[in-house]
Design a protein around this ligand. Structure first.
Ligand code: ADP
Ligand code: ADP
Ligand code: MG
Length: 451
């Protein structure tokens, strides 16, 4: 096992990883920007190194400074968390070159799955159902209209290197294609450094269902069941749960088999998530694979008892998976609310500031993952997610009731939060019946539907 590990991230996920290291008795190094000198993750680590000015590009995305911090402190491994450098093949390669273990898959697998066109092709060839769409990068408007004509409108334009819900567009007819294609390309180039785009058939009312996988270096692959992440604002997840109200045990088995097959097709290593869309007829289609720990991993941990971050570190250290598929149990129901410092009633406008009061909920079946405490400053520079509240209970209705009580008891003053908005979701009749799809927020959270 490693003696010392550097966490190349901030906020709740940095704290989560530091906690896993403490349990494994690994010494820790935090890195921080000038805006984060007093942050919780800095206090939790054994050592901390400043890696630059507040903007992400100067600090948490600064490969040279992060690698230098690892070399200077003698860290043998780097855990990238999610976001930031977690899906950067360049960063994973830099670690490999400097003989530092990157906690994640090898660089070439990150690159292969990070290119969504390549990932789609690979999995289609492996026999995993993939959303119908272009088989390659779409070169020009003529080709785009041709492909869209075959698929039938509406279609979606997506960036080949896209992520985080950015750059996704719905196209309803051939006339829209020209201007949208140019705009999508420009947006993709600005956000991801490549203007490559592809097309997918637009599924009208899908659920977002994803499957957690774990793979060790000996080729053992298991899955830890699904997460339903259909509650999304502009393609960004806001509330996740497991099991999905739409997934039967036989569908779970088929989803799990498809996810394992996807991982095996690329000789996957470490933790990963295979994302699918599920249509109303119960058919599912691959959309992408995330080659990192995911924000919503705690709901899976609550059901299975598997510490996914610990498994990531163990696998990276060369230990083999001692979990067997047949011994993975899915017990009860878990829900996660991503609490943002943002105003849910005003388009999730960020609400930065100083947290003057902070009381996190606690009790049986309640878990709070956060990087914030009393006196913390919520900076404009970073993601507005300040905490994840996760509730477990035997039944879905029990988990909802527990979450409602937890959120009502949570006190955050100084910044606006999405707690009131999350309480409205939890109280929504459609949500309570489990009747959700990716359009839930825009269609079911209107004054008329809420009654
Ligand atoms: P998850 O599936 O884990 O919920 P998200 O898509 O919500 O993942 O992304 C997690 C975090 O990483 C968010 O802060 C998101 O903005 C960021 N992120 C994900 N992919 C990218 C990307 N390709 N470029 C920039 N940020 C990203
Ligand atoms: P990202 O890499 O930004 O996470 P994804 O490909 O995972 O992008 O898609 C993000 C979300 O966009 C999905 O969860 C879903 O809500 C929506 N979406 C993606 N592809 C489709 C599609 N073909 N039809 C309908 N909705 C889609
Ligand atoms: Mg996605």
């Amino acid at each position: 096992m490693f003696e010392k590990l550097l966490v190349a991230n901030r906020g709740e996920i940095a704290c989560r990883i530091l906690q896993a290291c403490r349990e494994l008795k690994i010494q820790t190094v935090a890195v921080y920007s000038e805006a984060d000198a007093d942050a919780l993750h800095v206090q939790l680590a054994d050592e901390a190194v400043c890696i630059g000015p507040p903007p992400n590009k100067d600090s948490y995305l600064n490969v040279a400074n992060i690698i230098s911090a690892a070399v200077i402190t003698g860290a043998e491994a780097i855990h990238p968390g999610y976001g930031n450098l977690s899906e950067s093949a360049t960063f994973a390669e830099a670690c490999e070159k400097c003989k530092i273990t990157f906690v994640g898959p090898p660089a070439h697998i990150i690159a292969r799955m990070g290119d969504k066109v390549e990932a789609r092709r690979t999995l289609r060839e492996a026999g995993v159902p993939v959303v119908p769409g272009s088989s390659d990068v779409v070169r020009d408007v003529r080709e785009a209209r041709e492909v869209a004509g075959e698929l039938g409108y509406p279609v979606m334009i997506k960036a080949a290197l896209g992520g985080g819900g950015t750059g996704i567009r719905i196209i309803h007819n051939a006339e829209q294609m020209g201007p949208s294609l140019d705009a999508a390309r420009a947006e993709a180039r600005a956000a991801f450094g490549s203007g490559d785009i592809y097309l997918e058939k637009y599924l009208p009312e899908p659920r977002h269902i994803e499957v957690q996988v774990l793979a060790d270096n000996e080729g053992n692959v298991i899955h830890l069941g699904e997460r339903d992440c259909s509650i999304q604002y502009r393609h960004q997840k806001l509330l996740e749960e497991t099991p999905s109200p739409a997934v039967s045990s036989s569908l779970r088995r088929r989803l799990g088999e498809a996810a394992v097959k996807a991982a095996q097709a690329v000789d996957y290593r470490n933790a990963g998530t295979v994302e699918f869309l599920l249509d109303q007829r119960g058919k599912f289609y691959f959309i992408e694979m995330n080659t990192r720990i995911q924000v919503e991993h705690p709901v899976t941990e609550m059901l299975t008892g598997v510490d996914i971050v610990r498994e990531q570190i163990r696998i990276a250290a060369g230990e083999h998976l001692d979990l067997e598929q047949g011994k993975i149990w899915f017990n009860g129901h878990a829900i996660e609310c991503r609490i943002l410092a943002a105003d849910g009633d005003r388009g999730f406008a960020p609400s930065p500031g100083r947290v003057t009061r902070w009381e996190a909920p606690a009790g049986p079946g309640i878990r709070v993952d956060t990087g914030v405490g009393p006196g913390s400053t919520i900076s404009v520079y970073y993601d507005p997610m300040i905490a994840k509240v996760i509730c477990w209970e035997q039944t879905r209705s029990g988990a909802i009731a527990r979450m409602e009580a937890a959120l009502r008891g949570m006190v955050v003053e100084g910044v606006r939060t999405t707690i009131p908005y999350h309480l409205r979701i939890l109280g929504n009749a459609y949500f309570r019946r489990g009747e959700v799809d990716t359009h839930f927020l825009e269609r079911r959270m209107t004054p008329a539907e809420e009654g």
